[in-house]
Design a protein around this ligand. Structure first.
Ligand code: SF4
Ligand code: SF4
Ligand code: SF4
Length: 417
């Protein structure tokens, strides 16, 4: 196996192929705190890509209720158990080594590649057919719901920082990983990572349905078509990314699942990669800012080792131990930052879902202070700053303010909706 650098782990790791990186990388940030589990994203993907025979169980995008939900069922619990058995007591993080290329510290344990059994590219498992049957089992099931007689709420009420009774929604799609396990495992070399944008695609002409990718993908995001007997996966709506959607007039456009989100929790775009696959300094790209500067958005299960490119702003109310296992050691800092946002973070958060076009740069023009209060004992000031977002060609796409505008309904329409 070759040695490659994984900045989520803060160290080099083993991977079956030599390091090779695209010019830019498809990246998304999801704000879990705002998701309402409406499944609009899920249905947008389904109605665009997976409505044919043999694709009935295919949900390239799904939203599951944690801690019990998962599609396929218990996908993460099962892999975490396998990793714990392969690396007893080893799945820990060392706090040292923090810096630009190790922002979360250093992972001391073994990744799925390093814990791979002989003859396999990665440690994994093949879900049984029955585990694909219910895409949203345990929806809205809180931690106490399973205790008889408690009915999912705490009599004492809930308080931050951690609720005693809790659940949250986890939005999932292929992470278009930097080191894809699906690609590493495919004996037919049917999976490839595009050099222009890092999107991971599956060539259906090469695939023979061996399902090695399904076994290896830790997120279980390649799915077998029961009619064609070959495997399929999220295509990152690549025609939209390429600006080929007629609506975009040639400009890169966000994917279907991102663009439809009524909760306004999703922001997706492209980040530039420099030498060795490092994120090139691009301070005013909103995704670069959220992940690398504010560090408010974190990778899902970074310890698996694939360097996933979908990042999550963790939910504020969930027990920290659970979140640290899911998003790594950056959780406490990310929640602190989100709970006490500064002017810049508040402004950038306004860009979510203001346009279907991909934003490549933002600019903030300072406005007046409009509000001041104490939040968890800390002073909080709200400024009505103006934030402007620009597209690939430098054209202005979005212009919005931090303070939500108030619209007065005209008198003659007072009763209309
Ligand atoms: S569309 Fe947005 S708010 Fe609705 S489930 Fe999907 S991510 Fe959550
Ligand atoms: S999430 Fe899975 S299917 Fe997607 S690129 Fe990563 S390993 Fe491959
Ligand atoms: S990016 Fe496109 S193909 Fe992938 S899950 Fe979202 S809508 Fe589906």
């Amino acid at each position: 196996m070759a040695k490659v650098y994984n900045w989520h782990l803060g160290r080099s790791m083993h991977y079956p192929y030599e390091e090779k990186h695209p010019k830019s990388q498809f990246v998304a940030v999801f704000n879990i705190n705002r998701c309402i589990a409406c499944q609009t994203c899920t249905m947008a993907c389904k109605s665009t890509w997976t409505f044919s025979k043999g694709q009935e169980h295919m949900w390239w995008n799904n939203v599951e209720t944690k801690p019990y939900g998962g599609y396929p069922q218990f996908w993460d619990v099962k892999l975490l158990k396998l990793l714990r058995e392969a690396d007893p007591g080893g799945q820990t993080w060392a706090p040292h080594g923090k810096g630009a290329e190790a922002p979360y510290g250093e992972f001391e344990g073994r990744t799925i590649f390093e814990a791979a059994p002989d003859g396999e590219a990665a440690l994994g498992y093949l879900p049984e057919d029955k585990e694909w049957r219910f895409p949203n089992l345990y929806e809205d099931t809180s931690t106490r719901y399973l205790n008889p007689g408690v009915m999912g709420f705490s009599k004492e009420g809930e308080r931050l920082p951690e609720h005693k009774t809790w659940f949250f929604y986890l939005q999932r799609l292929c992470n278009h990983c930097t080191y894809p396990a699906c690609l590493a495992a495919c004996p037919r070399k049917a999976l490839y990572k595009r050099p222009e944008d890092g999107i991971v695609l599956l060539d259906q002409n090469r695939c023979r349905g061996y399902r090695k990718c399904m076994l290896a993908c830790p997120y279980k995001k390649t799915i077998h078509n029961t009619e064609t007997r070959i495997t399929e996966k999220c295509v990152a709506c690549y025609p939209r990314i390429e600006g080929r959607d007629p609506l975009s007039q040639g400009q890169p456009m966000e994917t279907r699942c991102m663009a439809v989100c009524p909760g306004q929790i999703r922001l997706q775009g492209l980040v530039k990669l420099g030498r060795g696959g490092k994120w090139a300094e691009d301070r005013y790209n909103p995704l670069y800012y959220l992940v690398r500067v504010a560090k408010v958005a974190l990778p899902l299960y970074p310890q698996f080792g694939t360097e996933p490119n979908v990042y999550y702003i963790p939910p504020r109310w969930v027990p920290r131990d659970y979140l640290r296992q899911m998003f790594g050691p950056g959780v406490d800092q990310a929640i602190e930052r989100y709970a006490h946002p500064d002017r810049e973070l508040l402004a950038v958060l306004q860009l979510f879902r203001k346009s279907q076009l991909i934003l490549f740069r933002y600019e903030i023009q300072k406005g007046p202070k409009v509000f001041e209060t104490l939040r968890n004992g800390k002073k909080f000031e709200l400024y009505d700053d103006l934030i402007i977002g620009y597209g690939k060609d430098g054209r202005e796409i979005v212009r919005t303010r931090v303070e939500e505008p108030l619209y007065m309904r005209p008198k003659e329409r007072l009763n209309s909706i």
